[in-house]
Design a protein around this ligand. Structure first.
Ligand SMILES: Cc1ncc(COP(=O)(O)O)c(C=O)c1O
Length: 426
């Protein structure tokens, strides 16, 4: 690991949580240089919904490269882009009765968020944007200004102006937090400037697997309509089938004005896009650009994934089936360790959180104990107090159960060590 320590910036993160050199990967596993296989319950933070080196995607990419398909084309018309657009329209938009224009941005999630914020401000001619407590939207300037987590909000490098935060669903327990937003809008002296847009995740992935209810999202949509505010759904982490449906908001029957998508849309390759209602498409040609907007290899991967997984309900049904397994197993494990750990299990689809409420440090320890059991799993939440389960959607049942078993073993070992340490102290 010396080359990383000597040469790579101190900013490196996951390499510290998972200190080994990975060499190959397939489906839901990663293999290191020593040939040890790890089950991946992190999936590139939601980028590998279709698995590592999905054979259909790899085959399509190899064929495309072998025929000298365009790799880089700025935003010129290419065959790969044409075919992606056609597939996305026919397989994703039309069956859902959705009418959006598609804007390709730079290839990471934060590029899509920056674009969405800029467009909303441009269209509405207002600068304020409302975001929600514990929201995470990326780490460039605009995106971090709508990100709640204090770790990313150093006053010296982000502009805190033109953003107001409102409480997310559940922030005050059972209280309906939408009533606070409504009151602030109704009261012209509340200090809240009518925003151009609200930006929200339906499940806060980095913020702690905080799940917004259908009713809360529906009320948010109706407030937006009432006050002429654009509704931006950031579906970067929990879109692309993570909740069982392609878009995470489908269950609520809402119709966002703008949707940001990235991570798994590119089948593992960098890609981001913004879906915007046609009447919002008020850009002048070339007004918002980026050299890598629209990566042609990602178009090939994305089209393959869409055609393979979204022409029928098989993947959606499989996600719903596997959700039951995760939920039941995590609840059983929580029950087993209830004397030592006060746990809330929550989530939707294959995004689950194991929230350890009595001790913020345990989730991080569990992630490293799980690593010792050859399981890759990360934490989330304001204090990294929640273990986050995000396996690839294509994981088979046997591997899913094996991963959960390794997680249980990690808790068992950690709890036994803690007990031993305690008894040694007396
Ligand atoms: C909801 C959400 N929005 C935006 C981003 C930023 O994406 P990226 O890291 O690709 O810039 C993330 C990343 O985790 C995310 O979860």
């Amino acid at each position: 690991m010396r080359i990383f320590e000597n040469l790579e910036s101190e900013v490196r993160g996951y390499i510290r949580s998972f200190p080994t050199i990975f060499e190959t990967s397939k489906g839901a596993t990663l293999t290191n240089e020593q040939g040890e296989e790890f089950i991946d319950f992190f999936a590139g933070a939601g980028t590998l919904n279709y698995g590592h080196n999905n054979p259909l995607i790899s085959e399509a990419l190899i064929k495309y490269l072998q025929k000298d398909g365009i790799v880089h084309g700025l935003d010129m018309a290419t065959t790969a882009k044409k075919e992606f657009l056609q597939s996305f329209q026919d397989t994703i938009l039309v069956p859902r009765n959705l009418d959006y224009k598609i804007q390709f941005t730079g290839p990471t999630g934060t590029n899509a968020v920056e674009t969405a914020l800029k467009l909303a401000r441009l269209v509405k001619g207002r600068s304020n944007v409302v975001s929600f407590t514990n929201g995470f939207h990326g780490l460039t300037q605009g995106s971090s200004s709508v990100t709640g987590n204090n770790d990313y909000r150093d006053e010296s490098y982000i502009s805190r102006s033109n953003v107001s935060f409102m409480p997310f669903d559940g922030y005050f327990g059972d209280m309906n937090t939408m009533s606070i937003f409504r009151k602030f809008l109704e009261d012209s002296s509340s200090g809240l400037d009518i925003p151009a847009a609200v930006i929200v995740e339906t499940i806060q992935g980095e913020g702690g697997i905080n799940v917004a209810s259908k009713e809360w999202l529906q009320e948010l949509e109706s407030i937006c309509r009432e006050y002429d505010i654009l509704l931006i759904i950031d579906d970067i982490q929990v879109g692309n089938g993570r909740t069982g449906e392609f878009f995470s908001f489908e269950f609520a029957g809402i119709n966002p004005d703008i949707i940001t998508i990235s991570k798994s849309i590119g089948g593992g390759l960098p890609m981001a896009l913004v879906l915007l209602k046609p009447d919002l498409d008020q850009w002048k040609p070339g007004e918002h650009t980026g050299t890598f907007r629209g990566n042609n290899l990602a178009f090939v991967a994305a089209r393959t994934a869409i055609e393979q997984y979204w022409q029928n309900d098989d993947l959606s049904n499989a996600v719903k089936y596997k959700e039951k397994i995760i939920k039941e197993e995590l609840q059983r494990i929580a029950e087993r360790f209830k004397e030592e750990l006060d746990v809330e299990v929550r989530g939707r689809g294959l995004a689950y959180g194991f929230d350890i409420k009595n001790d913020n440090s345990i989730a991080g320890e569990l992630s490293s104990y799980a690593f010792n059991e050859k399981l890759i799993i990360e934490t989330c939440g304001s204090e990294d107090q929640i273990v986050k389960f995000l396996p690839p959607l294509i994981i088979d049942e046997e591997m899913l159960r094996e991963g959960l078993k390794r997680f249980e073993k990690a808790i068992e070992t950690l709890m036994a060590e803690k007990k031993e340490k305690l008894s040694g102290e007396f």
